[in-house]
Design a protein around this ligand. Structure first.
Ligand code: ZN
Length: 187
């Protein structure tokens, strides 16, 4: 029997130090001093959303595109946030194409609380997982934590460069995420 392939069910895992954050960790990353972006693995930011590397990647390049609004219900997002979040997803595919050249993607949201497998289900996040022909789950293959951390750091550098090469972007410091300006007008 074929198994349903759903890598976005693999949750983002909190790291050492994150437990010092009161409340929602995604809200904390949305609000944090941008000079902490590299540390937090926030690689790109738009007006209402940001791209966070998964520190427990299903595959290299596994990221989450997260609206800044704290809600677990997709229907709560206003038009401006919906469009901004969607544009940031498009740019994320572009950046991953340029940085890593995958053959395909899986992308998805966990909705509906713990039944959907999410532990951070109060705050929407779209998983984007690059796929390669014949790939296998990165994690069982690479069980050495140090190797995974190095791989995630390497992915951060590659994606940061790829986002910075896109149109209408600014980088204000070496540890800052790339800022993307979509010039969205929903009037
Ligand atoms: Zn939140």
């Amino acid at each position: 029997m074929d198994q349903v392939f759903a890598p976005w069910r693999i949750e983002w895992v909190e790291r050492e130090g994150d437990d010092e954050i009161d409340g929602c960790v995604f809200c904390a990353f949305a609000d944090t001093d941008p000079s902490e972006d590299r540390n937090n693995r926030v690689v790109a930011r738009s007006a209402h959303a940001f791209v966070l590397l998964n520190n427990y990647p299903y595959n290299p390049g596994h990221v989450m595109v997260i609206p800044e609004s704290h809600t677990g219900d997709y229907r709560d997002l206003d038009d401006e946030t919906l469009l901004d979040h969607a544009r940031l997803k498009q740019r994320t595919f572009d950046a991953l194409d340029a940085a890593m050249g995958p053959d395909a993607y899986n992308a998805g949201l966990n909705l509906g609380g713990s039944a959907a497998g999410g532990s951070i289900d109060d705050h929407l996040h779209t998983h984007v997982v690059p796929r390669w022909e014949g790939d296998t789950n990165f994690m069982p293959v690479v069980s050495d934590t140090k190797v995974i951390v190095e791989a995630v750091d390497d992915t951060y550098d590659r994606l940061h460069e790829a986002f910075a090469d896109q149109e209408a972007t600014t980088v204000t410091g070496t540890n800052h995420a790339v800022n993307l300006d979509f010039d969205i007008d929903t009037e």
